[in-house]
Design a binder for this molecule. Structure first.
Ligand code: ZN
Ligand code: ZN
Length: 673
């Protein structure tokens, strides 16, 4: 690309004015070199990274100064542009080796690689820094924490102190976040003790991170005491405390805290919306968002970014569409973060075509937009489209990150593409230098398990370079259930219960495995140990949206005003289903109910109630969308297939694992979930 004459004239003029004003008295560099640096800076300032990079790569002047490189790298960070960042890095190393040892550039390279998704490269640059100060350490500690390696972050924090570098408020708040992530109260308290004397607690960021750490580690009381001592509370501290109460199930306390909030401007409204949304109170988040609009407060980008995931979680398509409309009206359509969140919302509501339409219309897409769309295809079971879109993403020059790999593996997993998944997994780690995270291993375990390679899965888990967490074993247990392997199932459940003795899901899965193979004595034993241990099953709950309100149903729920009609509808459907050949599958009954109740309740599972409600309240021919908090049970899955055929409607059910698009007696998951 050649610089346009207009720009050249302008920069030259600006340059002269600048020099005249400050009366520099050193030898002026030749204008062309200054022009080069200035032009690149100007383009970076305008966010035109590709053009700036083009000038850098096609000009043969050797004098690109460090501040220009810094600006280029900052632009890569803000645009999450890894491939451009890599080109700039090699330009520095090849042509300006001296610059490569400037510490501020090295620190910025670490941050660039971290924020653009390549932890391996971040570490490589960090290892080359000879004089590491607290800024260099902060950059690498944050990188490990953000990439899902809190334990490594803690190790690095200790290493930093061992080399005599004192932590600052950023290292401290970063490390509290790492402790919170792995619920390491002991280390957190030690660090808290060590900083008491040093005045860090007057820093609101450190204090909020500390509140968050205690709260997440279950010490709500200490969290509250610390919270009360913070003079100038900000969104982070409010959110931390709110999240603490919410996680502890103390919604009343949380609500009392929300009302104490001093000012109700867009910042505090957004804090409330995001606090509710992030802590699972999606309906409350939507309600607060509506109140905010009624109060005449105009949402900002962060408000939309918080509320849209709540719609996605609830499958609240109609409200999501209203929010989309408000985004159009308030002029946020060019905000790539907001629009990506809308794409994600449509995909999560099972409206994958609307997601794609919007995605295609986006004038600018970033990594988040591509990831949202690929993930959308993957969870909806459109695996071919997900993989095709991934190829397009590569062609567009967008560099994938670890989230992309998760989406691609998920797509392979949902359609049983074992060889392809291994190819992608190796390809990502080789060509994109993406270090596999626990999420990737979970996908692979899930994939191998689904494909019935149970022994291989076990071997794979044992050989994994990261510690298999409960989620990995739960995956294997799910596979044992699907393939009726009671022996390995019992072994896996024992391991799981050692890691997490109170996990109801483990008991339920194990008892379902025994039930599948008819080992009823064992089923009884599992049930007894659940009762003795005071383990409560998570009640199954399904949501359905109608006239812009979300209705929730529990098993055997009779609290809805339309209860009579709903149960009558189910009774009628049962008769038609049986006539069409449906047989109730009662073996999974522990999913929701006790043995003695199961025959009555099997046809009153939450998703069936929600579907019946949908049939009664939506126009014929329209799609019925239901969201369930647990996995859909075998019986409901089979029943929904029959219902879709009998009523001639598409029924979309999103369960805890994936989407099921039921149509004409078939499900998109091909009975593989
Ligand atoms: Zn069910
Ligand atoms: Zn299905």
């Amino acid at each position: 690309m050649v610089l346009k004459p207009v720009l050249r004239t302008k920069t030259t003029t600006l340059f002269h004015t600048h020099f005249q004003r400050y009366n520099y008295n050193y030898a002026m560099p030749t204008p062309s070199i200054v022009n080069l640096n200035f032009s690149i800076s100007e383009l970076c300032r305008k966010g035109r990274l590709k053009e700036a990079l083009h000038i850098l790569l096609t000009t043969y002047h050797s004098t690109v100064d460090s501040s220009t490189y810094l600006q280029l790298l900052q632009t890569c960070i803000s645009k999450k542009a890894l491939s451009e960042g890599k080109k700039i890095h090699s330009h520095i190393s090849e042509r300006h080796l001296k610059l490569a040892t400037i510490k501020v550039l090295q620190d910025t390279l670490v941050r660039m690689y971290d924020q653009c998704g390549s932890l391996v490269d971040a570490r490589e640059v960090f290892d080359q820094i000879t004089e590491r100060d607290v800024l260099s350490w902060n950059a690498i500690i944050a990188a490990y924490r953000r990439h899902g390696y809190p334990q490594e972050a803690l190790k690095l924090f200790c290493e930093m102190q061992a080399t005599g570098v004192q932590p600052d408020q950023f290292s401290i708040s970063s490390i509290f976040q790492a402790c919170a992530k792995i619920r390491d109260l002991e280390t957190g308290m030690k660090i808290h003790q060590s900083i008491m004397e040093r005045g860090f607690l007057s820093d609101v960021v450190v204090a909020s991170a500390l509140v968050d750490m205690y709260a997440k580690c279950g010490s709500i009381q200490i969290a509250r005491e610390l919270f009360d001592k913070i003079h100038q509370r900000n969104i982070i501290s409010w959110n931390a405390m709110l999240a603490a109460y919410a996680q502890d199930g103390e919604l009343d306390e949380a609500l009392k805290l929300f009302e104490e909030m001093p000012r109700r401007d867009v910042v505090s409204w957004t804090a409330m919306v995001s606090g509710y949304a992030q802590n699972g109170f999606f309906e409350k988040a939507l309600e607060t968002f509506k109140q905010m609009q009624l109060a005449g407060v105009k949402p900002v980008s962060a408000t939309y970014a918080s509320i849209l995931p709540a719609c996605g979680k609830l499958g609240a398509l109609k409200q999501g569409m209203d929010i989309h409309q408000s985004i159009i009206e308030n002029g946020f359509l060019s905000d790539v973060v907001v629009v990506s969140a809308v794409v994600d919302m449509y995909a999560k509501c099972g409206s994958i075509h609307m997601a794609r339409q919007l995605f295609d219309k986006m004038s600018r897409r970033n990594l988040i937009s591509w990831n949202a769309m690929i993930a959308g295809y993957a969870v909806n079971g459109f695996c071919k489209d997900a993989l095709e879109l991934f190829e397009l993403m590569k062609l567009s020059g967008t560099y994938p990150n670890h989230v992309t790999l998760t989406c691609v593996l998920l797509a392979c997993s949902h359609s049983g593409l074992v060889n392809e998944a291994c190819k992608y997994f190796n390809g990502f780690t080789d060509s994109y230098r993406i270090a596999p995270t626990i999420d990737h291993y979970v996908c692979l375990v899930d994939l191998l398990g689904r494909a019935a390679y149970l022994e291989q899965t076990l071997k794979f888990i044992i050989k994994m370079p990261v510690k298999p967490m409960t989620v990995v074993w739960t995956c294997l247990l799910g596979a044992c259930r699907a393939h009726k392997n009671a022996g390995l199932g019992a072994f896996t459940a024992t391991l799981l219960l050692e890691l997490d003795p109170k996990n109801a899901a483990t008991f339920v899965l194990l008892s379902n495995i025994y039930a599948e193979v008819g080992m009823w004595d064992e089923v009884q034993k599992v049930r007894t140990s659940m009762k003795d241990g005071g383990i409560k099953k998570i009640p199954g709950c399904s949501w359905i949206e109608d006239h812009k309100k979300v209705h929730a149903f529990y098993i055997g729920d009779r609290s809805h005003p339309q209860t009579q009609e709903i149960y009558a509808k189910l009774d009628n459907l049962s008769l038609e289903m049986k006539a069409a050949g449906y047989l109730p599958h009662s073996k999974d009954a522990l999913n929701d109910v006790e043995e003695e109740e199961k025959n009555i309740f099997l046809c009153h599972h939450s998703e069936k109630l929600a579907i019946a409600f949908g049939l009664l309240n939506t126009p014929p021919g329209t799609t019925i969308r239901v969201v369930k908090n647990l996995r859909v049970c075998v019986d409901c899955h089979s029943a929904t297939k029959y219902i879709s055929k009998i009523v001639g409607r598409e029924i979309v059910v999103r369960d805890a694992n994936r989407f099921h698009h039921f149509e004409q007696g078939q499900c998109s998951c091909k009975d593989y979930w």
